[in-house]
Write a protein that binds this ligand. Structure first.
Ligand code: NAP
Ligand code: ZN
Ligand code: ZN
Length: 367
């Protein structure tokens, strides 16, 4: 492993990193049903364009739970998940030019892509025609399965490492790397802004950021949550109105109301009922990813020429744009910081919709 970069005189040696392959502490799932366990994972030797990141905080995304429980398909256990990663650059390969030792950086849901297909060339690496390399559970270019951020260090190609502005507190920055970009991207694409009425379905990790970001973009925002239990929070995040989807009157009262609905719900919902809340040329975009299909009756699309769409995270350039936007606008997720031994309990709370609004693991508890 290169210990320093000729381009980067501040690169430092670290005594714990003597071996060519780095073995680092981590938390991993060993089955779909068992608790997570403390273990170690191996990180590859630094390539010329690689960065070794000392991880400080890792957010808990509902996708981590879908994945480790096998809801999205087979898993190669043991697997360390986590794709909301912030930390410090600890070492850089000799050709690294974008980041230097000591920089505050982040890594989101992908760590590589082909870089050659039309989508990669357009800066939409998340839609790489050859498949992007996920931060965990993907086959890496060395043939190993990628391991995510519930660990003390990670090695990532510099092109997939983001700059985290100083003004965003470290622990609050972590959820932006997935929840932030996953909501920013469709809000930007479907032009949330002044004069546009946006509804956010589900006030969890993604949903609460969708509200804050859509409000900052200038849209008029409504929260659609199962109950009114989080109404004060939703209004404090800047939403103009808040309705319970457990009350059928909501669906009558809000018929033909919205230009854009962002569905962040992790479970199946009645898509047709929500489509009817769209006004002319409105779009319902699902970012929530339940494993079950969501049936769509076409007649719910005919009225008002409605669209039903999906959206996956965002590209690297757009992720940087989102981080800079959040820094400028003072947007930060609401987080509850936990230790590495509290992840199972946090998962149970997320599954009960008892999260306010993102759990973030203090990775110092793994050292
Ligand atoms: P989360 O924090 O658990 O939030 C999901 C919210 O959905 C809950 O807080 C709850 O909000 C609502 N909800 C949960 N179960 C429900 C049910 N049975 N019926 C109605 N509403 C329900 O999860 P998250 O981390 O934000 O992730 C949300 C989803 O997005 C997950 O499926 C995740 O895998 C997916 N995701 C997709 C992408 C992408 O690129 N498309 C990226 C990241 C995550 P209320 O309590 O307010 O009702
Ligand atoms: Zn995620
Ligand atoms: Zn590609």
């Amino acid at each position: 492993m290169p210990r320093s970069s000729s381009d980067n005189p501040t690169a430092r040696f670290s005594p714990e990193l003597e071996d060519a392959i780095l073995t680092v502490n981590a938390v991993a799932a060993t089955s779909a049903t068992g608790p997570l366990v403390r273990t170690t994972v191996e990180r590859r030797d630094l390539g010329p364009r690689d960065i070794l990141i000392e991880i400080r905080y890792a957010g808990i995304c509902h996708s981590d739970i879908h994945t480790v429980r096998g809801e999205w398909g087979d898993v190669a256990y043991p697997l360390t998940v986590g794709h909301e990663i912030v930390g410090l650059v600890a070492e850089v390969g000799p050709e690294v030019s974008r980041h230097a030792v000591g920089d505050r950086v982040g890594v989101g849901c992908m760590v590589n892509s082909c870089r050659e297909c039309a989508n990669c060339r357009a800066g939409q690496e998340q839609y790489c025609e050859n498949g992007n390399t996920g931060t965990y559970g993907s086959i890496d270019r060395d043939g190993t399965v990628t391991q995510g951020g519930y660990s003390t260090h990670i090695v990532v190609d510099e092109d997939f490492v983001l700059r985290v502005p100083e003004s965003i507190p470290y622990e609050a920055a972590a959820p932006l790397l997935c929840a932030g970009i996953t909501t920013y991207s469709p809000l930007a694409h479907w032009k949330a802004g002044p004069g546009r009425k946006v509804a956010v379905v589900g006030l969890g990790g993604l949903g609460h950021l969708a509200v804050k970001i859509a409000v900052a973009m200038g849209a008029e925002v409504t929260v659609l949550s199962q109950t009114l239990g989080k109404k004060d929070d939703g209004l404090a995040f800047g939403a103009q109105s808040y309705h319970a989807t457990g009350d059928t009157a909501t669906f009558e009262a809000l018929r033909n109301s919205f230009d854009l609905i962002v569905n962040t719900v992790s479970a199946p919902i009645d898509i047709a009922a929500y489509l009817r809340l769209l006004r002319l040329d409105g779009t319902l975009v699902s970012v929530g990813a339940p494993p079950e299909p969501l049936p769509v009756p076409v007649f719910a699309l005919f009225g008002n020429r409605r669209s039903f769409a999906g959206s996956s995270i965002g590209g690297i350039a757009e992720t940087q744009e989102m981080l800079d936007f959040c820094a400028e606008r003072g947007i930060a997720p609401e987080v509850e910081v936990i230790g590495a031994d509290e992840v199972d309990e946090a998962y149970e709370r997320v599954l009960r919709s008892d999260v306010r609004y993102r759990f973030v693991i203090d990775i110092d508890t793994l050292r």
